[in-house]
Design a protein around this ligand. Sequence first.
Ligand code: PLP
Length: 242
Amino acid sequence: MIDIAENIRQIRGKVLAAAARGGRDGRTVQIIAVTKTRSPEEMLAAVEAGLTDLGENKVQELEEKYAAVTAGVTEMKTSVRWHMIGHLQRNKVKYTMDKVDLIHSVDSFRLAEEIDRRASLSSKKVDILLQVNPAGEESKFGLSASEAPALTGKILNELSNVCVRGLMTVVPDVADPEEVRPYFRTVSRLFDEIKTSLSHERLDMRYLSMGMTHDYEVAVEEGANLIRVGTGIFGPRSYEVE
Ligand SMILES: *Cc1c(COP(=O)(O)O)cnc(C)c1O
């Protein structure tokens, strides 16, 4: 039996310990429940257990579950924030606008431009993170570390309806999470570099989204303050999703 509340309790403990090892207060680290393939009931169990952030990686799944989860959350007299963490196609941006609070996966100017265009149509500002691919894996989306500062500057200069709130990364899936520590460190340094070198009213480097079930402790030690945890909360997925 999967005990969602107990899993979350244990993850919280590990996050606090990992943050302390990194010299930080773990209460500033938010756990995003990654809910791909999960039912609205499972998602609501995570909310019941105290999580306030839900992450989907596909627009279609977001659309399928959004209404039921929102109704359940409202019934609990609470609220949640929705995160789009997966690769986003430009033609799907319009379906996320009224649902998502933070888009983690912006990796090109053209995608940022479409988000900006949709945001302006609904007269809102949209919060985004830039996705960095520090290992340069062909199979993963994301900017190289060297491209990120320039793209941040271009987005801030040319697009008035998006706010850059930080960086996100997905690192290689390896057996020993120590192996990916250098990637987390690279992205963490890049985060600090952008934060100190660029200044703009729509730049607020607040979120460093890194770490999943397998490696979130290392990510938190290296400075992550948003971690994305799926199987660690809900158990193994019955099928894998890209
Ligand atoms: C699925 C997914 C996660 C969570 O993975 P787990 O190993 O189940 O914790 C995190 N981030 C992204 C982008 C994902 O697609």
